[in-house]
Ligand binder design. Structure first.
Ligand SMILES: [Zn+2]
Length: 76
């Protein structure tokens, strides 16, 4: 996927649903084992902590390091 802002190729990755802040993580990397922290290779999205019951889902998302944006397709 190309970035709509700078047209460069975006990095494939995902957004996990768990105890950590909402963040983008490159494919092949895992979320931090420590709660409430961003993975070493992760990039935090702007978000606030809200307790969640659900866990184990992950959303596909692409990240542009130049523009600092992540794009996540929906199921529509
Ligand atoms: Zn870009």
């Amino acid at each position: 996927m190309r970035c709509p802002y700078c047209q460069e190729e975006m990095r494939p990755g995902y957004i996990p649903n768990g105890e950590q802040p909402v963040q983008w993580i490159p494919n092949g990397e895992r979320p931090s084992h420590i709660s409430f922290s961003v993975a070493e290779t992760g990039v935090a999205l702007i978000n606030q902590f809200k307790p969640l019951q659900a866990n184990g889902y992950r959303a596909e998302a692409h990240y542009c390091p130049k523009c600092g944006i992540a794009i996540a397709p929906t199921s529509k």
